[in-house]
Ligand binder design. Structure first.
Ligand code: SF4
Ligand code: SF4
Length: 384
């Protein structure tokens, strides 16, 4: 479809990206069937195709209002539509541009509230003392000490995970110690930038992204083999770093280097010899985050790993649909988030599992609030 976005307030790079995405959409509507908000609300404007129309009118003809913004706000950025789309439309790239552009339509009080939440979540000094009271799992000490290891990995801290569930990265350290792999831990203040990026604070996101790229490039040059992520929401953001820079920008090549060395913990472990880790016959249910299956396109990897370890898993109905957590979505769209969680928990608990496991801290915390059984990060199961 023809697109002629040329907004003076946007960079050439953003204008080109918007035209590319809008131009790729052939309006076939296949994506409607797998869009969770279209399924719940039944309004074309709350579907991927409808939102693309809205963004096109806004960006081409300045036809936009607070009403337009509301339809963009209801989008989970789950990217289920990208997995479904036969034309390869990179919807989420357009969404970031559309959200940034339409931010001027947002009422003052909403802007302030969103800024407050964003700063709170991404500033460890503010988040730690409060987040501690919502802690999901405590810290366990490292059981094995690694000495003079030949292999070194950088484990991303994440801005909220070390406070809410320190057990996750401790389990990874224990597992990697058994494999004789040394772990260098990233700082909690090195936020990946996803929260800023998705809340229309792209300048702040880029500042963080550039800081991370500079730091991690240095660590890669000093012998770090892989940048490991245990939160799929952070992992997908880091893997998407190259898309944030024009090819002419010096950071594009650096971002490619960082992204190509970034792996989810499941990707990394799937290539290692795990024979010394313990087997189990527990009946569990796995919730695959959207950032894992749609964002990183790693669908089925964790289930296959857990299957190798003997865990029984029953296929989950509608496993492609979001649980409603979606970064800060559950904070700003509580009604829809609760409905999605309730549907998800019904499907996840159908086989009476002993626990639910997942790959992202946001999903974990959100699901636990509505789950009758414990919710954990799957990697904690391997640290027996
Ligand atoms: S499936 Fe792809 S091409 Fe078809 S309407 Fe949706 S985004 Fe456009
Ligand atoms: S990202 Fe998810 S909620 Fe948003 S339009 Fe695509 S499928 Fe629908």
């Amino acid at each position: 479809m023809h697109s002629s976005v040329k907004q003076a307030s946007l960079t050439d790079f953003a204008n080109q990206k918007a035209n590319k995405v809008i131009g790729a959409c052939v309006h076939c509507g296949f994506c409607l069937a797998t869009c969770p908000t279209y399924q719940l609300l039944g309004d074309e404007l709350d579907s991927p195709r409808g939102r693309i129309y809205l963004m096109q009118s806004a960006l081409e003809d300045n036809q936009a209002s607070f009403h337009t913004l509301k339809h963009l706000d209801s989008c989970l950025t789950c990217r289920s539509c990208e997995t479904t789309c036969p034309s390869g439309v990179e919807y989420s790239q357009l969404l970031d541009i559309g959200r940034d552009f339409l931010e001027t339509k947002r009422p003052f009080w909403q802007k302030n509230y969103r800024t407050l939440v964003r700063k709170f979540l991404t500033t460890p000094l503010l988040f730690k003392p409060v987040g501690y009271f919502f802690r999901h799992s405590g810290k366990v000490g490292s059981k094995l000490k690694v000495e003079n290891s030949m292999r070194k990995v950088l484990l991303l801290g994440g801005c909220v995970q070390p406070t809410l569930a320190p057990n996750i990265n401790h389990s990874i350290k224990n597992i990697l110690a058994k494999l004789n792999i040394a772990v260098v831990e990233g700082s909690q203040s090195q936020c990946c930038g996803a929260i800023d990026q998705h809340l229309a604070a792209s300048e702040e996101a880029i500042r963080k992204v550039k800081g991370n790229i500079d730091a991690w490039q240095g660590q890669l040059e000093n012998g770090i083999e892989v940048i490991l992520s245990s939160a799929s929401g952070c992992g997908v953001m880091v893997k998407d770093y190259p898309s944030l820079f024009d090819k002419e920008d010096e950071y594009h090549a650096k971002a490619l280097l960082v992204a190509s060395h970034t792996q989810d913990i499941a990707e990394f472990l799937s290539k290692e010899d795990l024979s010394q880790l313990h087997l189990s016959e527990k009946n569990i249910s796995y919730h695959e985050p959207c950032t894992m299956q749609h964002g990183q396109q790693l669908g089925g990897l964790v289930e296959s790993l857990l299957g190798q370890f003997g865990y029984t898993q029953i296929p989950v109905t509608d496993s492609h649909l979001c649980c409603g957590s979606a970064g800060t979505y559950a904070i700003f769209q509580p009604k829809l988030a609760k409905e999605l969680r309730s549907n998800k928990i019904t499907h996840l608990t159908k086989s009476n599992p002993e626990m639910i496991v997942t790959s992202n801290i946001g999903c974990l915390m959100h699901l636990q609030k509505g789950s009758p059984v414990p919710v954990k990060h799957w990697v904690e199961l391997l640290d027996g």
